[in-house]
Design a protein around this ligand. Structure first.
Ligand SMILES: [Zn+2]
Ligand SMILES: [Zn+2]
Length: 769
């Protein structure tokens, strides 16, 4: 007879871990106790040595599907002492409740889509939860958004407001039931209710089933609905009627950014999109993300104008399944907010803020405490790239390949921002928050940081990490937080952070030199100019900049990023000087003569130092320029519009690449390429294809020249499908390992992860140096 204390850390609460342990212990004839603690689950088990060995093995091998074991520690304790103190519990295995004041080391579980077991019950007319909008179990339902405090127990969630009915209570307390301690359970006799409101009217129109049926009818009739789901509000309306989609665009003040589409059934999904089994599997997984997949051009162009991808998803909650039941058309399901503002998840706010957008509100009385946007994944060839990491994925931790004693906070960049908590041996990245330039988003960002520090009970921070850009809101916040708390501030170069985010994911410590390409829109350079086409050699906490794009003077500064004709003009002035004014190119003719001359004078005086405009070496801006010169896009009405439209024109059947040259063995010189686009006669498709191929070739040549066996890719440009595909297809057959972001975005949403990794690496490298 032996007694062991087993301590398990990770995502082990709210996933059915204790009932799993209970059943396992019972099967093996073990006795003892099982309890949730602040840091995970603790078991004290007595039994034969053989059984204990089997027990530990099975914990790792058979754990519940959503559990994530980060650490398992075992120590033998004196059987005699244990028996003396707990003689009565020793006869069997028991689940006990115990408070624990030690430091929180628990990982939070994201909100999860309905699971296969619940789906079966949901469609079984004999089941007491037949078509119940709040069906959930230990494997599915709300988690992250309803947690008030840890540990994860019903009274610590917003489901605590709903007393369990006797039937639910029975399931909840029976360790052999699959709903044992499923904190989110409910049934038609207890738990939340659905309510339907007309906009600006306080009295509800209908409740429960009737509310659903009416809401569905309103969708069919062409109304716009605000629907409260698992993790926030969606705006839902028909996607098959151009005039309805247009009306939603007008009301939401979102002129052209593509909308996500939810398909009521697999049949409809396959009718409208090119999807394979893997895509469908991912769309039906507990994470159920939006996946950008090729469309079949059956949707009205208003859904995603000029883009050949559809942001497709399947209903992932019982509410969505019921609402879309039997519909013969797909619906728009877009975040309930105005462009650039944070996702709305509180009912009161939604009914006020969205009063002019939605005709009806379908809500429920379960409170959501923090929202998370739907995650967005892009499919490129056979690989998936995280574009926006939110519901289903955040805040699962990224484990470090080493351990530190440190607690740090990294604040990321500016747009599509996230923050990261670094706690000892894990990095916890927040869900997508958004653009900090928007005051409401910034306020939410600050509030969410506070909440995370409380939830994870971080009492003190060792330091704060941020970007070098002095104009970022995150940098300002970092400076004031560091001052307030009297702790050091680390500033990390933007492109170094991008590349480090990949190393964090891969668990690689950059002890030897590593080659990386960080191509994106904008990042503050060490020389205070705008970088964005960087080839770096990373080592330790340092990096060497070994290649970049030929810099140009960006006329119009930040305003040019929207009116990208000005970016194209900047390139033309660099190549042709004043003669550009005489070109008969359509882009030149899109300006009046007066306008043109004015812009030219401004550009010219930059040369003479009259304005202190920074030089710009960004690959993203080159995409904008080529897109405008090709006549594909003149205006970025949303971030990435021009590059996305250019990408949509790429044709792998068209062979060839534009010329470029290497200047001073350092700069990728785009001049030969710009001349071709202006002076040659190419179709739009050829321009898009030859341009993207040239970039891939440049990268490939650089790798060959430096004879590297590993290459890191990151930055916003790396979400370009054809570019990434061509790079991988040229490098991988040569045995070169391509390291890239997988679980986190290569966009600025991944910057805080890279910064936090830098922070944790500083512990290692300061120790060794
Ligand atoms: Zn379930
Ligand atoms: Zn009930």
């Amino acid at each position: 007879m032996k007694t062991e204390r087993i301590i398990i850390k990770g995502v082990v609460q709210g996933v059915g871990f204790r009932p799993f342990l209970y059943r396992l212990a019972k099967k093996l004839g073990l006795s003892g106790i099982i309890k949730n603690t602040q840091s995970g689950v603790e078991i004290i088990a007595s039994g034969d040595e053989d059984c204990l060995n089997q027990f530990r093995k099975a914990i790792l091998e058979e754990k519940p599907p959503n559990a994530f074991i980060r650490e398992i520690a075992v120590e033998e304790i004196s059987h005699e002492v244990w028996q003396k103190n707990y003689g009565d519990v020793l006869k069997e295995i028991k689940i006990v409740k115990e408070d624990d004041a030690s430091e929180v080391e628990l990982d939070l579980l994201p909100d999860l889509a309905i699971c296969p077991d619940c789906l079966l019950e949901f469609y079984d007319p004999k089941n007491r939860r037949f078509k119940h909008p709040f069906i959930a179990c230990t494997n599915c339902g709300p988690r992250y958004g309803m947690l008030i405090r840890l540990p994860y127990e019903r009274e610590n969630t917003t489901m605590g407001y709903f007393p369990l009915c006797p039937d639910c209570q029975k399931e909840y307390t029976d360790p052999m039931n699959r709903r044992f301690h499923a904190e989110a359970i409910a049934c038609p006799n207890c738990g939340p209710r659905l309510i339907l409101y007309q906009t600006k009217v306080d009295e509800p129109i209908a409740w429960d089933r009737e509310a659903l049926n009416l809401a569905r009818r309103f969708i069919i009739e062409g109304k716009i609905l605000a629907v409260k789901g698992l993790n926030g509000f969606h705006l839902i309306c028909r996607a098959d009627k151009p005039e309805i989609v247009k009306e939603l665009r007008r009301r939401k003040r979102r002129p052209s950014k593509p909308f996500a589409v939810m398909f009521p059934s697999l049949e409809l999904l396959k009718k409208y999109c090119l999807v394979d089994e893997e895509d469908i599997g991912l769309m039906q997984s507990p994470q159920s993300p939006i996946i950008l997949v090729p469309g079949k051009e059956l949707l009205p162009k208003e859904v995603a104008e000029g883009i050949n991808l559809v942001g497709a998803m399947l209903p992932y909650t019982p509410i969505h399944l019921l609402l879309l039941e039997g519909l013969s058309f797909p619906v728009i399901a877009t975040s309930g907010n105005f462009s650039d503002e944070p996702l709305i998840f509180e009912e009161e706010r939604a009914r006020k803020a969205l009063a002019e957008v939605a005709d009806y509100f379908l809500v429920h009385d379960r409170k959501i405490l923090r929202g998370s946007d739907d995650s967005v994944i892009k499919k490129i060839g056979t690989v998936y790239i995280m574009i926006r990491r939110g519901r289903g994925y955040a805040p699962y931790p990224q484990m470090l390949p080493f351990s530190t004693p440190m607690h740090i906070l990294a604040l990321g960049a500016e747009e599509k921002n996230t923050f990261t908590l670094g706690l000892k041996n894990r990095l916890i990245v927040s869900p997508h928050v958004g653009d900090l330039g928007n005051p409401e988003t910034f306020d939410y960002f600050v509030k969410l940081i506070e909440e995370y520090l409380n939830l994870y009970q971080v009492k003190s921070l060792d330091f704060i990490v941020c970007d070098l850009h002095p104009g970022y809101q995150s940098t300002r916040l970092a400076k004031s937080l560091a001052k307030e708390r009297g702790i050091p501030l680390l500033q990390v170069q933007h492109h170094q952070s991008h590349l480090l985010s990949v190393l964090a994911e891969e668990g690689i410590v950059p002890e030897e030199e590593l080659l990386g390409f960080a191509w994106d829109g904008t990042g503050f350079g060490l020389d205070r100019s705008v970088w964005g086409g960087e080839t770096l050699l990373l080592q330790g906490l340092e990096f060497k900049r070994i290649r970049s794009f030929r810099p140009f003077r960006l006329v119009g500064g930040e305003t040019a990023i929207k009116d990208i004709r000005k970016i194209a003009l900047s390139f033309l002035f660099e190549v042709y000087g004043e003669e550009a004014l005489e070109l008969s190119h359509p882009l030149i003719r899109s300006f009046s003569e007066k306008e043109l001359l004015m812009i030219y004078r401004a550009w010219e005086s930059m040369d003479k130092g009259a304005y202190s405009f920074p030089l710009c070496s960004s690959c993203g801006r080159l995409f904008d320029a080529i897109s405008a010169l090709a006549g594909v896009c003149f205006k970025n009405t949303y971030e990435g519009e021009a590059p996305m439209k250019l990408e949509s024109l790429y044709n792998p059947q068209v062979k060839g690449a534009f010329p470029y040259s290497l200047k001073e063995n350092f700069y990728f010189d785009w001049e030969p390429m710009v001349r071709e686009v202006v002076e040659g006669s190419y179709t739009k498709e050829e321009i898009a294809t030859f341009f993207i191929n040239a970039l891939a070739d440049f990268l490939w040549q650089t790798v060959l020249e430096l004879s590297q066996s590993k290459v890191i890719l990151s930055g916003g440009v790396m979400v370009n499908g054809p570019l990434l595909k061509r790079i991988m297809e040229s490098l991988e057959p040569m045995g070169i390992r391509v390291l890239r972001n997988k679980k986190f975005p290569p966009l600025d949403g991944g910057i805080s992860l890279g910064q936090a990794y830098y922070g944790m690496l500083s512990f290692i490298f300061s120790k060794t140096s």
